[in-house]
Design a protein around this ligand. Sequence first.
Ligand code: ADP
Ligand code: MG
Length: 294
Amino acid sequence: STPAVMLSAMAAAARGGVLFKSSAALDALADVRTVAFDKTGTLTQAKMTLTRVVADDEGAALALAAGLEAHSEHPIAQAVVTAARERGVTPEHVQDAQAIPGHGIEARGADGAVVWAGNTRLAGRNGAALNAAQHAALTELGSQGSSSVIVGRGPQVLGVMGVADALRPGIAQALTELRASGITHPVMLTGDRQEVAQTVAAELGLNEYRAELLPEDKLRIIGELGAQPGAGRVAMVGDGVNDAPALARADLGIAVASGTDVAIESADMVLMRSDLGKLAGAVRLARDARRTVI
Ligand code: ADP
Ligand code: MG
């Protein structure tokens, strides 16, 4: 049976908004040295706003993007749909919309042609190439830490849009405390562009990040991180449907409560107030409980 000291540590953690689903999860946390963090919705708030439209016909580009994103649940989608509504732009009607994980969304326009909104990978899939100005816009947005959406019709790029997200309040401090508590190896994982990842990682003082990841890449990287010398046990913190496999694979999956149900179900531990500032204290609690039991 579970030692009393572990039960009381779990109860204390729960009062502080940290839910361990089992005593094994608490015990695993005592050995964690490596923590992989999803970016969007975990380190950031995933409350995105449209900040920029680069297009010959901004209204047409936004209308198509909003028509497509109305069918998506990605945090980028809500920013695009809201911006169109605020600007009085009527979303273009699309049909057979389909989310393509790690890429964006594809559908058919009124004339039956393929229309799409997503990243450069999705543009590539549609045989669409960005011109110099569009490419420069992506790079500039990335250097500001902003994500982007490219919208197109078949092989034609109609526009590039910037969407900005805000870091969770206190997140840099939370990471500093986590390092002080013995998490020697924090890593950011994201499906977003390299430039965006680099900018956000620098703002957070994170030395290591992996960008442009597909959901299956996150899963694979969790395994690789654990194989590195001195890695200790590996925890993954995430919020999305796309994070669920990595949360399940990690020695300790940690979900933020603002995330999706599937992330919460796949995790071993839940940050009930989505406050990553609680992690360092939880690590200390787990190590104290371990010492007391042994
Ligand atoms: P993440 O949440 O870490 O960005 P995802 O796997 O959800 O990871 O998405 C990877 C990338 O695919 C995103 O960064 C974005 O560029 C693109 N993407 C996914 N869904 C959409 C969408 N609905 N609209 C625009 N881009 C999208
Ligand atoms: Mg996320």
